[in-house]
Ligand binder design. Sequence first.
Ligand SMILES: [Zn+2]
Length: 121
Amino acid sequence: MSLIKCPSCQNQISDKLELCPHCEYSLNQSGDDLERLKVLRYRKYRDKMFRFKMLTFTAMAIAIIGLVPMLWTYAKAIDYGFNANFLNHWGVYLIFIGFAMYVGVRASMYVAKSNYKAGKK
Ligand SMILES: [Zn+2]
């Protein structure tokens, strides 16, 4: 019996074990299995990122739906010489919601990315 390093958690473990006692990493996978798992993991990650990207587009669309009528009001305000109060415009809420959603999705993307790179999930 000799000691090897667990490829997942880097702890010293016996090479006779099938499962790492520290992180339950399965040690009896053949190279092919590992390669397949890597591909599966990448696909899952890619699909997740794709959904996040769609959400950022949705967030941007929501903000634009709020922004366009505000610009319209702004253009009219210039034409007719009145002061438009944009903080009272309903478009502000959509811009705010879109922006908050965008920031939230970007943060989730960042977390998912660092988890993927760190080998988690
Ligand atoms: Zn381990």
